[in-house]
Ligand binder design. Structure first.
Ligand SMILES: [Zn+2]
Length: 431
């Protein structure tokens, strides 16, 4: 395999040298923020931590976590945040979270930290095999959500040609992609499937687009094997997973070896995995919540940020040669989206995989209802063309019974009934 790297030397450093690099960067972030950044200083002081005590990564556990609620409170005096290290004139960008769950959180970048975002996306795009020969299509409306804005910085770093595809319909986007002969695309997995659906409806031949690589972020999906298969089949391209968050940065990516998970960009982030209830570190290989300290965003840093994303560390060597640690299966789901149905832990990604493994299932929606101590699952599905709806309902029911030991209620709805999404999908609801 011809593996492409963004920074081969950094990506293949032995673990102890990555650790030394992280410790040096961490000390630099602390020195540049403590006593200057009000949010950081108050957190250190309230916990009794002395910045000088933070010498190794092991010392990090002496610091308290940072939560989304704290960062939201830090913007109450607005429009800036007490987590802004510098005066306003140092900043060149304000973005905010997508707001799919609750109040949007604002984040702030200086020219230097925006360059760092681009560097992180450089690892993502080169990791998927993109080079200066590629034309990258970004079908994204360039609003305040940071989303794929940072992908542009990554495309610049690897010198790929970026084709922006905001402000137009899906049909217009398909035509633009064919006209520009784009070879790569970055969007949510949901939108990659939506574009393929529109192409089918309009008899647009996707093979007129010389797509070879798709990179997906914003939600799980490219890490769900059955969803990945669908995207690859529809586009005739290799599909790659990537995860990040407005609050922390673009932190992990799937490499060309596709070992069934993603690499964490350890030169730019310190990764911890904790029990979401107790906050204690889990043992290697156990599921836990991803906690991140970023090392390149001095203007808006986070120390031990609780991402709410569930991951499982895989420390076996990767065939691509990178030494960055891996998340087995990527981001498994949100800690608060994991539902317990009749005693079974159910991740939305597991449900999505089971549904998408049925060719007859098109769009779907899952509602989990709690009655006293009991939870019930309702699955609404749209059939694809020509599928037998009764047989599909029976087959889906059997899959859930065999794989999860559950008997959800499965209902068929007419094609086109369920909502379609262009960014993050909301197919799971717990009521
Ligand atoms: Zn790899």
């Amino acid at each position: 395999m011809d593996v492409t790297f963004f920074d081969r030397e950094i990506e293949t450093l032995p673990a102890e040298r990555i650790r030394t690099l992280q410790e040096a960067k961490l000390a630099a972030v602390v020195a540049s923020t403590y006593g200057i950044n009000r949010f950081v200083t108050e957190k250190f002081d309230a916990s009794g931590a002395e910045p000088g005590d933070l010498r190794t990564l092991d010392d990090l556990v002496g610091l308290p976590f940072t939560t989304k609620a704290e960062l939201q409170a830090a913007q109450d005096e607005g429009p800036l945040s007490t987590n802004c290290t510098f005066p306003e004139n140092a900043y060149t960008r304000i973005h905010q979270t997508s707001g799919t769950t609750g109040r949007p959180l604002r984040v702030f970048d200086t020219a230097q930290s925006w360059d760092w975002w681009g560097r992180c996306w450089g690892f993502v795009l080169a990791g998927a095999g993109l080079t200066a020969q590629d034309r990258l299509f970004v079908p994204f409306s360039f609003g305040p959500f940071i989303g794929f804005w940072a992908a542009l910085g990554g495309a610049e770093k690897i010198r790929a040609l970026m084709v922006s595809g905001g402000g137009r319909t899906s049909t217009q986007r398909l035509r633009l992609m064919a006209d520009m002969e784009v070879t790569a695309m970055t969007c949510t997995p949901t939108y990659a499937l939506r574009l393929a659906e529109v192409a089918r409806e309009e008899a647009f031949d996707l093979s007129t687009i010389p797509m070879r690589i798709t990179v997906h972020a914003g939600e799980p999906g490219a890490n769900v094997p059955a969803t990945k298969d669908r995207i690859e089949a529809a586009w005739g391209a290799k599909c790659y997973d990537h995860a990040g968050a407005s609050e922390v940065g673009a932190h992990s990516f799937e490499c060309q070896a596709q070992p069934g998970g993603t690499h964490a960009i350890e030169s730019e982030f310190v990764i911890e995995v904790v029990d979401p209830l107790t906050g204690h570190q889990v043992s290697g290989g156990d599921d836990g919540e991803l906690v991140i300290t970023n090392l390149g965003r001095v203007g808006f840093p986070v120390f031990r940020y609780r991402t709410g994303d569930m991951v499982r560390v895989d420390s076996t060597p990767c065939p691509c040669g990178r030494t960055f640690t891996r998340f087995d299966g990527g981001v498994l789901g949100r800690a608060d989206d994991m539902a317990v149905v009749r005693g079974v832990n159910v991740y939305p990604t597991a449900v999505e995989h089971l549904l998408r493994s049925h060719r007859a299932v098109g769009e779907f929606r899952v509602t989990i209802t709690r009655h006293r101590e009991m939870a019930e699952m309702l699955i609404e599905i749209e059939c694809t063309d020509g599928a037998d709806s009764k047989e599909t309902i029976r087959a889906v029911g059997r899959t859930f019974e065999t794989s999860l030991g559950l008997r959800p209620e499965v209902a068929m709805v007419p094609q086109g009934t369920l909502p379609r999404f262009e960014l993050k999908a909301q197919r799971f609801k717990i009521v």
